[in-house]
Design a binder for this molecule. Sequence first.
Ligand SMILES: [Zn+2]
Length: 462
Amino acid sequence: MSTSLDVAIRGGTLVTADRQWRADIGIRDGVIVSLGDHVAPAARELDATGRHVLPGGVDAHTHIDQVSSTGLHTADDFTSASRSAAAGGTTTVLAHVAQHRGQSLRTVTAEYAARAARDVIIDYAFHLIVSDPTPTVLEEELPALIAQGHRSLKLFMTYEKIRLTDAQLLAVMDVARTHGALPIVHAEHHEAIQWLTQRLLADGRTSPRWHAAARPEPVEREAVHRACMLAELVGVPLMVFHVSGMQALDEIRRARARGVTVYAETCPQYLAFTAEDLAHDGFEIAKLMFSPAPRDASAQTALWSALADGTLDVFSSDHAPYRFADVAGKQAFGTDAPFHRIPNGVPGLAVRLPFLISEGVHGGRLTLERAVAVGCEAPARRYGLFPQKGTIALGSDADLAIWDLDREVVCTHALMHDRMDYTPYEGRVLRGWPSMTLSRGEVVYADGTPQGVPGRGRWLRR
Ligand SMILES: [Zn+2]
C-alpha cells in the first residue's frame, strides 16, 4: 500500500447530517484518509471550488432486476440502475430479493446475488421479500441468511401473490427479533382495497384515474397501525415504507408515543404528485400509478414537516421501473386494462436527491444538513451501513458527490440514465444536480456521463 493519496478533492464545502465546513478530502484505497485545509498531493486532483461535497446518497428502497408479484420484470438491471443512481449522486442501493411462493429463499437470494455481482457498478445490499414463510424458511433459511449479513426483511400486507397473513407477519417478525433483522412493511389493508376495487369496477370505473380511489388513506392508516401493533407484541423494531400522508404519520407518532421503535420513510412521488394528477381519463395516467397512492397538498405539507421533525427518517426512491410503451411494462395487460391490473411503480433513482435538494432545501422546508440526514446518513444507520456509508469522515468509504447546488435542470428522461422510456418528472425544473459522483474514490459519474465497469460494486455485509 502506498502512502500517497490516490485522489484529492479540493476547495469544496463539505456537508454531513451535522454540519457544513470548508475542507479538502484525501482518498487512498477507496477510503477517506485525510480531511483538512491542505491535504497532500494526489495522483488525481479534483477541483470542487464553489461546490458542495455531499456523502454519496443511500437509496434504501429500490426494485432492480426483480420479478414483481404480477410476473413482470423491472426494466433496470444492476448496471442501468447503478448508472441512474450515480447520475443523481447516489452511491449505495438496497434492492429486493423476491421470494415467490413455492421458492426457496436461500436459492433465490443466491441467484439474485450472482446477477447483482456481475452487473453492479456501485455498492449494494438486499432486503429479503418473504412471501412464503414455510417452516423451512422460518427455521433454517432465514436464520442462515440473516447470519450471512442480510439484515432486513420486506413483508407485504397487500398484493395477492406475496402478501402475508397477520399470523405469518408475527412469525417472520419473531424470527427477525431472534436473529437480529429489521422487518419492513408495505402497509395497506388488502381486503379493503379488494372491496373498493370490486365496487369501482362494478360501477364501470375501470380506467387508471380510479387507482387512488381504490386505495384511500384509511387502508394505509389501518395497516400501519396493525403492523406497529404486531411489532409491539413481538418486541421488534419496525420500518414502514413509503408513508403517503397524515393518517399514516399519526399512527407512527402514536406507536412511538407508547414506546414502539418504529422508523418510517417517504419517497419523492408523494411530494411531487397528488391524486389530482391522476384525475384524467386515458392510459397516460398509468405513468403515475404507484402504491400507496398520492394524496393531496395538505398531505404533502405534513410529509415535509415530518421529514424536518424526524417523524420520517428516510427518503427513498422506491424505484420500480416499468416502461410505459411496453408490453413488458405498464401495457402488459393492454392499454384498456382495468386499473387494478396495471403494474404499479415509478422510477426515481436519479431524481431522488436532486428533488430533495430542490424542493426541500431551496424550497425552504429542510436544511441542507437535514437533506443529507434523510437522503444519506439515516438510511445508512437504519440498515447497518453507517459510518462506512452515509457520511464524510476519516475511515468512511470515499462515496461522495460534488454538487452544483444552484444549477437549474429541466428534467428529461435522458438525464435519468435508466432503461425507462419516461420520467414522471419530465419538464420539471429542479435546482441542484451533481457534477461528479465517486464510489470508493472512483469516478462513476462526471459531466453528465455515468462511468464505471459493471461488476466493480461490492455487496455490503450487514
Ligand atoms: Zn417498493
